[in-house]
Design a binder for this molecule. Structure first.
Ligand code: PLP
Length: 420
């Protein structure tokens, strides 16, 4: 969340005063948002859900993922990407990320086995996966592509919006996302039949609210319907989105050009798959070593990608211990249909990813940063580079005390872990 104010309060108050808090047949805000966001993304359908996790599960159910299927999942993503696969009854197979800290196309290709049905590229920290390569592999190897765009609201790849490139896309609108209604999410899809299945997965009573459909029979599922309060807030947030992204892109550009000179010390921008189209919520640097990254974040308050506490497979406890569901009979790891799937995990199974993640440092941007704050950030990144990469002492380095950083964004990513 970057900006929330009187407009959101007014929009929500209006819904409360109207007493029209239910979306189907009563209110209009969810419908209006779905149409507007679908057109923003350039897709035919967008269906709101209660969370990004629900949206991912609905996407998985819609495309027919279930027991007997493996789904390729990157080593670096919020654990909901993998747990949504399990919730659908399938098995997540963890594959390496590359220097962009998004899923490696080469690792996807190498990981495809007889049970592999889908891949989930995750646009981590708003930065694009290599979608051309991924879509090419998917076409050749017959994989379904489910774009986890939960962290990619407002961003895109080579001019196309995240969530509109794969076969289906999922979004989160939780508190930490670029557009928020507190908690929320949704699914973007072009195919009409898949859209009906998505809505059925989000709301088992969907066929009652919207009319029965002879072609698409209902199936049982858990409810994750959005409320009109969410729709009203998202309609306001959508108006703000492009302005926020433009401000963060401008900050990222300034920081990158202001810190280019420290490249000779070893401060290199992480490679990006679509540098002009990312959300620019962070400026990422690939440092020479994990030790250098640790020294860097001690001087400049930033985050090591591999140390957020919850975004790397080594922290997905349920997956690592094989607890794929609360009830043993519903646990995909124990299902006969999943017997041929690959189900063994270890903390060092993606050592190459861990090596990259532990030396990738993320400096958060913020649309509220002033020009002089950005100047101070550039200055202090230089100080941190001299201390962390050139062995200068803190006494020699001149740190500006008035640098302001987005503490909330740090905390959301586990600053304590990062500093450790
Ligand atoms: C990459 C990714 N996938 C899925 C989710 C799940 O979204 P939610 O928290 O709305 O359930 C998140 C949320 O942080 C996420 O970052």
């Amino acid at each position: 969340m970057y900006t929330v104010g009187e407009e959101e309060i007014d929009a929500i108050a209006k819904v409360i005063r109207s007493k029209a808090l239910f979306r189907y047949g009563v209110g209009k805000e969810c419908d209006r948002f779905e149409q507007r966001y679908a057109s923003y993304l350039g897709v035919k359908h967008f269906a709101l859900a209660a969370s990004g996790s629900n949206a991912l599960l609905a996407a998985m159910i819609a495309v027919g993922i279930g027991p007997g299927d493996e789904v390729l999942t990157p080593a670096h993503t919020y654990m909901a990407t993998a747990t949504a696969v399990l919730a659908a009854g399938a098995i997540p197979v963890i594959v390496d990320v590359d220097e962009s800290i998004t899923i490696s196309p080469a690792a996807i290709e190498a990981a495809i086995g007889p049970c592999t049905k889908a891949v989930i590229p995750v646009h981590m920290w708003g930065a694009a996966c290599d979608m051309d390569a991924i879509m090419d592999i998917a076409k050749r190897r017959n994989l379904i592509v489910i774009e986890d765009s939960c962290q990619g609201v407002g961003g895109g790849y080579k001019g196309r919006r995240f969530g509109s490139i794969g076969h289906i896309g999922a979004f989160s609108f939780n508190f930490y996302k670029n557009m928020t209604c507190g908690e929320g999410g949704g699914v973007a899809v072009n195919d009409d039949r898949l859209a009906k299945r998505v809505r059925g997965a989000i709301d088992p009573c969907h066929f009652y609210w919207n009319g029965r459909d002879d072609e698409e029979k209902p199936f049982a599922g858990n409810g994750a319907r959005a409320s009109e309060l969410m729709g009203a807030m998202l309609n306001v947030q959508l108006d703000r989105l492009d302005g926020l992204i433009a401000a963060m892109r401008a900050e990222k550009k300034r920081i990158l050009s202001g810190t280019a000179a420290f490249g000779n010390l070893g401060l290199k921008p992480a490679p990006m798959n679509s540098a002009d189209h990312d959300c620019a919520t962070h400026v990422m640097y690939s440092l020479p070593s994990a030790d250098a990254a640790k020294r860097f974040v001690k001087v400049f308050p930033s985050v090591i990608a591999g140390k957020t506490g919850r975004h790397t497979y080594t922290e997905w406890d349920q997956v690592l211990i094989g607890a794929g569901a609360a009830h043993p009979a519903m646990n995909p790891y124990l299902m006969a249909a999943n017997a041929p799937c690959r189900k063994s995990y270890s903390k060092d199974m993606c050592a190459a990813s861990l090596e990259i993640l532990d030396r990738t440092v993320m400096v958060p941007t913020n649309p509220a940063h002033s020009e002089s704050q950005i100047t101070d950030i550039i200055h202090d990144i230089g100080v941190a580079s001299r201390v962390a990469l050139a062995g200068m002492s803190m006494d020699e380095a001149e740190l500006r005390s008035d640098v302001t950083v987005d503490v909330q964004k740090f905390d959301a990513m586990g600053r304590d872990d990062a500093a450790a």
